[in-house]
Design a protein around this ligand. Structure first.
Ligand code: IMP
Ligand code: MG
Length: 183
């Protein structure tokens, strides 16, 4: 990943720490869902990297599905009204659903999504997120499985993008300010 490193200002969370944390979450999920066959729901596109690692650390039969959502809003602030661009393939009625997201910022997107999925009557619905920015939270949202809290800075890597790029960085990083200007 050295070719992208000139754009990186700081490595916030190195790959080794992410891998260790995802392993821990996998162990907790394995214990919590013992005897069940959970459905892991990845929110496209940012969550696909974590979902792939998490799933391989869940020692249970489990299934995977994806949703793509877009939040109505201007620029970087989300309004909390979510449009479903790609819905689940699976019927979640009676299923144990674990939503996997890259980052919880205001929390508006996930809290809206949570309500709309609950209306489909799953047996349970929990949230797993790699990152959270607690300073930015605007609604109460229970994230049962959380990787790391990060400060209020725009981060990329391990699935998270800036303008579609940097998802393949193995570490969670902060970009240099000039990268955004050049966008
Ligand atoms: P929320 O509704 O404000 O919680 O929006 C969360 C969504 O905003 C995440 O799914 C990300 O797509 C995006 N997001 C928020 N902060 C960042 C960041 O620092 N880097 C990349 N994407 C972010
Ligand atoms: Mg997202």
């Amino acid at each position: 990943m050295t070719s992208m490193m000139p754009d990186v200002q700081e490595v916030l969370i190195p790959s080794s720490e992410i891998q260790e944390k995802v392993r821990e979450i996998g162990v907790r999920v394995t214990e919590d869902y013992r005897g069940e066959k959970p459905l892991l729901v990845g929110i496209l596109r940012g969550a696909f990297v974590m979902l792939g690692d998490l799933m391989r650390n869940v020692d249970l039969p489990c299934e995977v599905d994806f949703m793509d959502i877009s939040s109505y809003g201007t620029g970087t602030s989300s309004s909390g009204v979510v449009r479903i661009l790609k819905d689940l393939e699976e019927d979640i009625t009676g299923r144990h659903v674990l939503v996997v997201e890259d980052i919880v910022d205001s929390g508006l997107t996930l809290s809206y999504l949570r309500r709309s999925l609950l209306a489909r009557n799953p047996a349970s619905l929990e949230i797993c997120a790699l990152l959270s920015k607690p300073e930015r939270r605007r609604v109460d949202l229970e994230v049962k499985y959380l990787g790391f809290e990060v400060p209020d800075e725009f981060v990329v890597g391990y699935g998270l993008d800036y303008a579609g790029a940097y998802r393949n960085l193995p570490d969670v990083c902060v970009l240099k300010p000039e990268v955004f200007g050049a966008g």
